[in-house]
Write a protein of this length. Sequence first.
Length: 486
Amino acid sequence: MSRNINYEKILEAIIAFSSETDYFKLMDIVLTKMREITNCEAGTLYMQRDDKLHFTIVHNEKLGISTYEEDTDMPPVELTRDDIENVCAYSAIHGEIVNIDDVYTNTAFNFQGPRKYDAMTGFKTQSMLVFPLSDLHGHVIGVIQLINSRDSSGSIAPFDRNWEHTIWSLSHIAAIALMNVRYVDEIKELFYSFVKIMTAAIDERTPYNANHTINVAEYTRQFVRCLRDLSEPGSPYHMDDNREEQLVMAAYLHDIGKVVTPNEVMDKATRLGHRLPFILQRFEIKRLHEKVKYLSGEIKKDEYDVQIAFLNDTQSFIEQINKAGFLSDEDLKRVRTLSQIAYTDESGNIHPVFDNIDVECLSVRRGTLTTAEREIMQEHVRVTERLLNNIKFNKQYEHVPGWARSHHEFIDGTGYPNGTAHNHIPVEVRILTMLDIYDSLTANDRPYRNVIPHDTAVNILHSMVAEGKLDGEIVRLFEQSGIGQT
C-alpha cells in the first residue's frame, strides 16, 4: 500500500541541511531528517574515508541509542568490488538505492551482522532502505542505512518504493550540504595552518620567544571558554563561538609584525647586548696602558694599584647592572661618569672605554632596550597592521586585524601604537593585552628575567590595574579561572 510523502518534512529537511555550519551536527541532522521523513525506527550514517565506510552515527529509537564514531568499536566496511555481499558496500560501489522488505528472507546480501545484533539486543531488523550520499560530481561520500519503516498504525512495514526518487534527490542535497561545510572547514583549516606556520616561523627567529604566540593563543582559548561559566550571557565578557574564534585568530597573529624586527633587538637579553665583549676588551687595553706607565716609571706602584682596583670595580659594576632588572638613582649617577674613563695611545689619541651608545644602553632604568630600540620593537604592531591589511578577512573574521594590532594599548591611554584609551578599547583587546603580558612574565625562555611564578604574575597584573592600565574585571576573572596555575 502506497503511503503519502510528507513534503512539509522534506522542506524542513532542506532548510535544516542548508542552515547548519557545523559538520558533525549536520551529519546528525541528515540522519535524523531522513528517519523522520521515512518514519523509521533506526538508522546508520557511514562516511567514506580511505576506501572504507566508517560508522559515524547510529540511531536506534526503540533501544534509545544515539552512538557516535568515537564511542563505537565497530570496524569499518571495506569497499572492494570482489566483496559486495555487504548491502552498504554494494550501495556505495554501485551508487544505487537498495530497498529490502525483509532482511531475514533476503538472499542477495549477507545479513549475518544485523541478525547477530538482533540476537544480542532483542531488536528485530526487518525492512531496510540503503542509499548513497553522492556529491555534484557523482562521488560517493557516504551511505545511509535506514531500518524498519512504520506505517500510519505504527507497525513495521517495507519502505515505500514510491519514495525512492524523493529520497534519492534529498540525499544529493544532503551530500552537497555536507561537502560545502567540509570545504569551508578545509579552507578554514588551511588558513589556520598558514597562520600557525607564519607565527611559528616568527617565534623560532629567536630562542627567547619560542612558545609565546602558541601560549597566548591557548590561554586565550581557555580563558574565553572559562568566561562562559564565569560571566552571564549578555555580559560584555561572555563570548559566543564567533568572538572566540576571532580572538584566538588575533592571538595567533598579534606578533606577526616581528617578522621584520631585527634579531639584535628581539634577542637583546642584557642592556649592552653584543657590545659587552668590546667594552671588556677596552678595559684590558686600559689596564695594559696603566701597567706600561707603571713599568716605565710614569706612575708609582700605589697609583697603579689604585687604577687597577678602580678598573676592576668598575668592570664588576657594569657586568652587574648589565643584567639588573632595575637601576637605582645611585646606579644611574655612576653610569653617567663612565664616559670619563679613557686611555691615550702612542700617537696621543684619546680612546674612551665607553662611547655614548654604551652609556645610553647602561642608562636604561628598567628592561634592556634603549629608547631607539624600544621604538624599533614597538614598530612591530604597525607592521602587523600593514601585513594584515593585505589579507581579505571576511565578515566572520572582520575584527581580527584591529584586535591583533592593538594588543599593546592600555586603558589609561599610555599604550601604543595609537594611545587609545578606556571605552574605545574593545573587551577582546583588553583580554589579549593582559594575556600577552601574563605570558611574557611567566615564560621560562625570557633571558632578561627569572621565571616569575603564577601568583607573582597575577599580583603584577593587579598592580597594573591599580595604575589604570588593565581592566580590573578581566584580571579578576582571569585569576578566578585558575588558568596558568599548573
